[in-house]
Design a binder for this molecule. Structure first.
Ligand code: SF4
Length: 241
C-alpha cells in the first residue's frame, strides 16, 4: 500500500522503547505554533512510499531492534491522517514480530483510529495543553478528540506515553498542568510522561517556507520551570521522566 512520508530515521532512541526505525508521515491537520517540522503539514508534499518496500528496509535493522527491545515508530505529521497506510505497515511489522508505536496529537475520530490500534502496542500521545482555549490557540484545532482518544486507549488497554511541550507563557501555567495531571491520574494506562522543553530548532524551516513564526521572542524554559512542572505530575503519582 502506498502513502506519503516526510522522512525515515533508522536508529531513533527517544520515540518509544529501545532502538527504533521511525517513519515520519506527511500531512498534519494541526498548525502548532512551535512545530519543528512545518514541512510535514501538506499531504501532497513529501515522498511516496510503499509499505512492502518499507518493511523490506525495516527488516534490515530487526536484530538491533530485537536486541534493544525496540521496534517501529510512526510519527509525523499526523500518522492517523493516513490510517490505512499505517495500519498496513503495522500489520507487516506484527507479522514479523516487531513492536509498534504511533506518535499522535490524538486529533482523530475513534472509528478511524481503531483499525490502526488493532496493531499498535504503544501510543505516544501529545497533549499540548489541558486548557481548551490555549490548545485551540496553539494548534488551531479543539482538544476534545485527544482526550477522548486517551480514554479510549485506556478502555482498550493500550499503554500511553504522554508528551508535554513546556512553552513559557503558553503551557507553563501551573493550574493547567495541575488540571492535566488530575485528568491523567484517572487513567490506568499512563506508562510515562515526558516533559519536552520548548526549543526553536525548527524556526528556520518556517522562514524557508514563508510562514510567520510567532514564538521568536519566546525563551526556552529554564530547569526550574521544568522541575516545577515535573513536581506537579509527581504529586499526582504519575511516572515522570
Ligand atoms: S501535531 Fe506535530 S507535526 Fe502537526 S503541527 Fe503540531 S507539532 Fe507539527
Amino acid at each position: 500500500m502506498k502513502g506519503r512520508i516526510h522522512s525515515i530515521e533508522t536508529c531513533g532512541a527517544v520515540d518509544g522503547p529501545g532502538l527504533r526505525y521511525i517513519v515520519f508521515t506527511q500531512g498534519c491537520p494541526l498548525r502548532c505554533k512551535y512545530c519543528h517540522n512545518p514541512d510535514t503539514w501538506k499531504l501532497q508534499d513529501g515522498n511516496e512510499a510503499d509499505t512492502e518496500e518499507l518493511i523490506t528496509d525495516i527488516l534490515k535493522y530487526k536484530s538491533f531492534m530485537k536486541a534493544s527491545n525496540g521496534g517501529v515508530t510512526v510519527s509525523g505529521g499526523e500518522p492517523f491522517l493516513q490510517a490505512d497506510f499505517v495500519r498496513d505497515l503495522f500489520i507487516k511489522c506484527k507479522e514479523n514480530g516487531l513492536h509498534t508505536t504511533i506518535d499522535t496529537s490524538g486529533y482523530v475520530d475513534i472509528e478511524n483510529a481503531d483499525p490502526v490500534l488493532d496493531y499498535t502496542d504503544l501510543v505516544l500521545l501529545d497533549i499540548k495543553s489541558y486548557n481548551q482555549n490555549i490548545y485551540k490557540n496553539l494548534t488551531g484545532v479543539p482538544l476534545d478528540r485527544t482526550l477522548a482518544l486517551a480514554k479510549h486507549l485506556e478502555k482498550r488497554g493500550i499503554p500511553i506515553w504522554i508528551r508535554y511541550v513546556l512553552v513559557p507563557n503558553l503551557t507553563d501555567n501551573e493550574e493547567d498542568i495541575e488540571a492535566l495531571a488530575t485528568f491523567l491520574e484517572t487513567l490506568t494506562n499512563v506508562e510515562r510522561i515526558d516533559i519536552l522543553p520548548f526549543h526553536k530548532m525548527g524556526e528556520y524551516k518556517w522562514e524557508q517556507l514563508g510562514y510567520e513564526y510567532e514564538l521568536t521572542d519566546t525563551i526556552e524554559p529554564n530547569i526550574d520551570a521544568t522541575n516545577k512542572a515535573a513536581d506537579i505530575f509527581r504529586k499526582h503519582h504519575l511516572p515522570i521522566i
